[in-house]
Design a binder for this molecule. Structure first.
Ligand code: FES
Ligand SMILES: [Fe+2]
Length: 341
């Protein structure tokens, strides 16, 4: 169900203040995130190796160590045990034998990312989700929970054919007007991208950037979508990340970045639009669960569902490669997909 040895978006930087801890599930594992007073972000398994109480119930000390609330054992940022208060002076006990699992994490452009998998492999899987030019802080942030598996969240969000039905609105579009779309796709190291093209007719809103806007949309494993819209020298980046929480719950973050002032006047409107869209997707996914509860076999058709087929194919390919301890080689080929939407 969950890919391992890969980077996941974990949480917004702004939700973890200096000297604070927070815990959350990621891909079925309880993780404790802490930010030391020196602004270092650390991720530990949120289970005390002594008797299993969550470490997040304890304290974060000024030293950056976590003290368990049950018997006061302490753990440093590398996960090593540094103190067991119940030991007497003459009890010779090797504290270094005790360790809580740590996870590599990094912080970039307002988000904290975590490497779920074998720590030793993190160096083999370089972090490559954000372009160099992306601003250091998002201009807009949205978070939503979808009551579904990561697969249905990914497939639902990149599905190109549901737009006219799920995202109907008086100002955007209705289902009686379908246009033929034809887009060129290319493989990328961890996924595929819809190469730069002029947005379709119902993408008129992009014109606020200037004349002849262009957009590029890429999807990367395990569940990262990056849309780059640019016109003249202005660029907007839309980052959507899908993080599995459990097998039946996924967390969606939608972050938008831009550098130019002019757009900030429209921020409340952009926020409202983005939230409306995401809520429409959330509603469809929630309704879908009613049918999925009966475990039906499902259909994926060409070309509207080809991206979903690619997702399953590269996910399996990535998993197989990690199982065999060989580098992942993307099996996809460049091609053109056509659909009505
Ligand atoms: S359970 Fe954590 S110190 Fe005992
Ligand atoms: Fe959608």
């Amino acid at each position: 169900m969950f890919l391992t040895d890969i980077w996941y978006f974990a949480l917004l930087s702004s939700s973890l203040k200096c000297g604070k801890m927070t815990s959350k599930m990621i891909a079925g594992e309880p993780i404790l995130f802490l930010r030391t007073k020196t602004n270092q972000v650390v991720a530990l398994r949120d289970i005390c190796p002594h008797r299993g109480i969550p470490l997040s119930c304890g304290l974060l000390l000024d030293t950056g160590e976590v003290e368990c609330c049950y018997h006061g054992w302490r753990f440093n940022q590398e996960g090593h045990c540094t103190r067991i208060p119940s030991l007497t002076k003459d009890q010779d006990f090797d504290l270094s034998r005790i360790r809580v699992r740590t996870y590599p994490c990094l912080e970039k452009s307002g988000g904290i990312w975590i490497f779920m998998g074998d720590e030793k492999n993190a160096a083999l899987v370089p972090f490559s989700y954000l372009p160099e030019a992306i601003p250091s802080k998002p201009s807009l942030k949205l978070r939503m929970i979808f009551p579904c598996s990561v697969d249905h969240a990914v497939v639902g969000l990149m599905d190109p054919a549901h737009g006219p039905f799920i995202h109907q609105s008086w100002f955007w579009r209705n289902k009686n007007v379908l246009h033929e779309k034809q887009k060129t796709f290319e493989p990328t190291p961890l996924g595929f991208k819809m190469v730069r093209h002029a947005p379709s007719k119902n993408g008129r809103a992009y014109k606020i950037l200037g004349p002849s806007p262009q957009t590029e949309i890429s999807f990367m494993l395990p569940g990262v979508r990056l849309e780059t819209i640019s016109a003249l020298k202005k660029t907007i980046w839309g980052l959507t990340t899908i993080t599995p929480i459990t097998e039946t719950t996924s967390e969606i973050h939608h972050l938008m970045y831009w550098k130019f002032r002019g757009l900030s006047i429209f921020k409340p409107l952009i926020y409202l639009l983005a939230k409306t869209f995401l809520k429409q997707d959330q509603r469809a996914i929630t309704l879908q669960q009613k049918g999925l509860a009966f475990n039906p076999s499902l259909l994926l058709i060409n070309d509207a569902d080809t991206q979903a087929k690619w997702y399953y194919k590269i996910k399996k390919g990535y998993k197989d490669a990690r199982d065999q301890k060989i580098p992942f080689v993307n099996p996809l080929k460049s091609c053109i997909l056509k659909w009505m939407s």
